[in-house]
Ligand binder design. Sequence first.
Ligand code: MN
Ligand code: MN
Length: 469
Amino acid sequence: MPTEEKSAADQLRESLSRRQKHACEVLGEDEIARADAFCEGYKGFLNACKTERECTDWFLVRARERGFAPYEEGKIYAPGSKIYLDNRGKSAIFAVLGKQSLEKGLRIAAAHVDSPRLDLKPNPLYEDKNLALAKTHYYGGIKKYQWAAIPLTLHGVVCKKDGSTVRVSIGEAPGEPKFCVTDLLPHLGKEQADRKLSEGVKGEELNIVVGSRPLMLDGKAEGFKLHILRILNDTYGIVEEDLVSAELEAVPAFEACDIGLDRGLIGAYGHDDRVCAYPCMEALFSCESPEFTSVVVLADKEEIGSTGNTGLDTNFLYDFVTGLALAQGVNPRRALRSTKCLSADVNAGMDPTWAGVLDPNNAGYMGQGVVLTKYTGSRGKSGSSDASAEYLAWLRRVLDGADVLWQAGELGKVDEGGGGTVALYLAKLNLDVADLGVPILSMHAPFELAAKTDIAMMEQACKAFFGAE
Ligand code: MN
Ligand code: MN
């Protein structure tokens, strides 16, 4: 007999139904403090890394500091060996070798480190009506109007014909100039206000102001664009044609900061998907001698469909696993077939202001932990890899076994829209994969929100996943 009298209905409710709890209900004060401290490190990472190249570099540097060595094909690695494979400086694989043979499969968590942004066109520079400007082509799914009238910084590389590469980062250090796409004043915005929201600012209107003073030579104004070209040449030794072989990305200048009086949220550019990449890597860094070979893949190009040789729809992960397996004398196909994978990516958080597009019973709520997503896609699950019930049951066991707060959701109401992750490209390798990640508000906006306890839960989830039988 229970010591307190509970009604039969309450007893049934307790044993039969799932009540989703908020992190603050289940975590002690010290655990919340630990989550907050973890997020201070994450904020530092966000402020230092705003592009796929910068994120890749950041983790390569830290991996080397922790004893990770470049992967050598054909080498037989002992359990506990730490290795990495840098894929063109834009994506990378990090692995800690397990005690078990690869025949038993791997544990792979994949997160992407590219985020929506404005890329400079191959011939970006022009001048018009006393301004120097740069043409852009947006990258990923953005609401274009959100990118006007906010401060931007410029990151990337310019590769010269002589084979040398100039790294560019302008606007992040204190006192450095920034950039901006202009918007129309409301006083004269009558025609613009009548446009559809998707065309409020059009793609060809995403022009970045890069200068406003002409080059003065012998008391004569010689051009606004020429002035910018001369500054670029003085600073980086580049000429206009070098911009053809460049990847220059304009990103929001905002620093990551706490949001709300209780400081429960972090506002930042690029949570999607660094909010999963960072916890995955921190979890791997704490992995000393895992049972199964544990791997984190940092992918590029997810925001444009995982295409290209740095996206996950290429062979670099397959080649890596194949190489490791063959070195152990294991059939790579067998290694992959037994592999368990997390597609670590964000999901839409429940937003009271925009609640109408989400199914309240099947959405991720802020502060309720990581979101387990069986399928993404659109319409009738089109384009989804749709994880198996068996695999989700295994994941539930792993997460509950490590006291990870998790919730199950999907991306919006049926037929409301949709989206995808890297899951289907992983599934292609004939392994088990499901989506797990942090719920986000204002996803793909220049400034996104995530809850600190969810971010810390993501690390806990990855740790549990890497160690799991
Ligand atoms: Mn994502
Ligand atoms: Mn995204």
